[in-house]
Design a protein around this ligand. Structure first.
Ligand code: GBH
Length: 456
C-alpha cells in the first residue's frame, strides 16, 4: 500500500527506507586519536600536490567527536537509516594482528546513538582508507594477503557489531579505488600500474569482497545481511524501445565485467578475457566461487551514466553515443546529469542479474553552495536534482524494481577526495572554520519527501 502522496502522486511503497551516507576518511578527522593507525589516504593527502589546495582529512567534519550532533541532523531529515564506513586502521592499526578496543568503542558508541534515535545503521567495511601498513607490506591490493586480511577484519566486525548492525557492505566502489588508485594515480596510493598488474590488484579486490561475505556469514548473527556497494557503470538506452534496451543490457554487463558482473555471475565474460589477453589476472576456479558467494542485497552508487547506447549491427551488439560537449554537469565535471540513470541502474540490476533486493547506496549532487548573511543556502540546483532523480527512482519502483531504500550522498559537505573541500555534496553546509553545520534548502526538501514518502 502506498503511503503519503505528493501533488504528482509519486509515492513510494510503505516502508521505503530514506537515508543519507558518509565515509570515514571524508568526515571523521581525529586521525591520531585513540590508537588509529595511518591509512593510505593520510599518506596521499599529506603528499604535496595530490589534493586540491593540499587539503587533508586531518580534521574533516570532526565527526569522530560530533557524531551525536550529526545523529540529530539525520533525525531532523526524517531519515530512518544511515550509511557510514568503518576505518579499518582504527580497528586494526596495521591492518591485522591485535585489535584496538578504543577504535571499536567509537563504532559501538555511534551504532548505539543511531539506534537510540530510531536510525538503522548500515555499515560499509571499506571506503578506501586502507591501513598504510598493508600498502607497505603487501603493496596493498596488489597482494593477495590484503584480501585475506580484509576477510579477517570483516569477520571480526560482524562478530562485534552484528547484534545491532543488520546490514553490512563489504567494499565501496571497487572500480574507483582500483582504477583511480592503482591505474590512473589520482587517488591513494597514487600508482599507475601496467594492465596485467592492475588486473591482478582488481582481482584481489573482488576476491576480498567474497572472502568478507564468507567471514560475515561465519561470524555474524543468523539475521546478519551482507551486500556490496558498487558504482555500477550504467548504459542508458537512448530510446526506450526493446532493441535499445537490450543493447543497454549487453553494454552494462560488459562495462562491469571485472566488478559487478564477475561478482554476480561467478565468471569473467568471454569478451573481458579476450580483451585482457595476456594481461588477464591469474585466478583459480575456487577464487571465482568465493567471489560469487551469494549476497542478500546489492547496493548501487549512481550519479551519472557511463554512456548512452543504441543497438548496432556489430559484434558487440551495441554502440556508445558520445556525450555532447554541452551535456549539463554539476560542479563536478564528471557528473553528467541524467536522472534516468537511476531508473536504468535499478532495472538493469533486476533484469540482467535477477537481483531481489536493491538499495541506492549513494546518489547526490555537488554545487557552489554559498552561505547567505541570513545563514541560508539556496541550492535550487540540488532540489531540482533530487526531484528529477527521485522521480525516475519512483518510476523504477512502480515498474517493479526491488529498490528498498535510497541514501543521499552526503549528509554534510565533506572531504571530497582529490578535490578537497572545494566540492560540496551535503544536505547540510559545513563551515570549515567553525565546523558549524547549516541546513541547505535541499535538507528541508529531503525532510518533507522522507516524511511524506513521495517525490514532491
Ligand atoms: C562516490 O564516487 C564516492 O563513493 C564518494 O566517496 C564520493 O564523495 C562521491 O562519489 C562524490 O564524488 O577525481 O576527476 O578523477 C562516485 C564515483 C568515481 C566519481 C571517481 C568521481 C573521480 C573523478 N566517482 N570520480 S576525478
Amino acid at each position: 500500500a502506498a503511503a503519503g502522496g505528493g501533488a504528482h502522486g509519486l509515492s513510494f511503497p510503505a516502508g521505503f527506507l530514506w537515508g543519507t551516507a558518509t565515509a570515514s576518511y571524508q568526515v571523521e578527522g581525529a586521525v591520531n586519536v585513540d590508537g588509529r593507525g595511518p591509512s593510505i589516504w593520510d599518506t596521499f593527502s599529506h603528499t604535496p600536490g595530490k589534493i586540491a589546495n593540499n587539503d587533508t582529512g586531518d580534521v574533516a567534519c570532526d565527526f569522530y567527536h560530533r557524531y551525536k550532533e550529526d545523529t540529530q541532523l539525520i533525525k531532523s531529515l526524517n531519515a530512518k537509516a544511515f550509511r557510514f564506513s568503518i576505518a579499518w586502521s582504527r580497528i586494526f592499526p596495521t591492518g591485522k594482528g591485535a585489535p584496538n578496543q578504543k577504535g571499536l568503542d567509537f563504532y559501538n558508541r555511534l551504532v548505539d546513538e543511531l539506534l537510540a534515535n530510531g536510525i538503522q545503521p548500515f555499515a560499509t567495511l571499506y571506503h578506501w582508507d586502507l591501513p598504510q601498513a598493508l600498502q607497505d607490506q603487501y603493496k596493498g591490493w596488489q597482494g593477495r594477503e590484503t584480501a585475506q586480511a580484509f576477510g579477517d577484519y570483516a569477520g571480526y566486525m560482524a562478530e562485534k557489531l552484528s547484534d545491532r548492525v543488520k546490514h553490512f557492505f563489504t567494499l565501496n566502489e571497487l572500480w574507483t579505488f582500483i582504477q583511480l588508485g592503482y591505474g590512473d594515480g589520482v587517488f591513494a596510493p597514487g600508482l599507475k600500474l601496467p594492465p596485467a598488474e592492475l588486473n591482478q590488484a582488481r582481482h584481489h579486490a573482488v576476491l576480498a569482497h567474497g572472502l568478507a561475505v564468507q567471514a560475515i556469514r561465519a561470524h555474524g548473527r543468523p539475521d546478519t545481511r551482507v551486500g556490496l556497494a558498487e558504482n555500477i557503470k550504467v548504459a542508458v538506452p537512448y530510446i526506450e524501445t526493446p532493441e535499445h534496451i537490450k543493447a543497454a543490457e549487453i553494454a552494462t554487463r560488459e562495462f562491469n565485467a571485472g566488478y559487478t558482473t564477475v561478482i554476480l555471475e561467478g565468471k569473467y565474460t568471454d569478451t573481458f578475457l579476450k580483451n585482457a589477453g595476456a594481461n588477464a589476472p591469474k585466478f583459480t576456479a575456487e577464487d571465482l566461487k568465493i567471489i560469487s558467494s551469494p549476497l542478500d542485497f546489492c547496493g548501487i552508487n549512481i550519479y551519472n551514466p557511463e554512456a548512452y547506447v543504441r543497438a548496432a549491427d556489430n559484434a558487440e551488439g551495441y554502440e556508445k553515443i558520445p556525450f555532447a560537449k554541452s551535456h549539463p554537469t554539476s560542479t563536478s565535471k564528471w557528473e553528467l546529469l541524467a536522472p534516468e540513470v537511476l531508473y536504468w541502474g535499478a532495472r538493469h540490476m533486476q533484469n540482467i542479474w535477477k537481483v531481489k533486493e536493491l538499495y541506492i547506496t549513494e546518489n547526490g549532487c555537488s554545487g557552489t553552495d554559498e552561505l547567505t548573511p541570513e545563514n541560508r543556502v539556496n541550492d535550487t540546483d540540488r532540489v531540482a536534482f533530487l526531484r528529477g532523480y527521485l522521480s525516475q527512482l519512483q518510476r523504477a519502483v512502480t515498474d517493479g524494481a526491488p529498490v528498498k531504500g535510497y541514501f543521499y550522498w552526503s549528509l554534510v559537505d565533506n572531504f571530497e577526495w582529490a578535490s578537497g573541500y572545494g566540492i560540496r555534496f551535503g544536505l547540510f553546509y559545513m563551515d570549515y572554520k567553525t565546523l558549524k553545520r547549516y541546513p541547505k534548502a535541499s535538507a528541508e526538501y529531503f525532510r518533507t519527501m522522507a516524511q511524506q514518502n513521495a517525490v514532491l
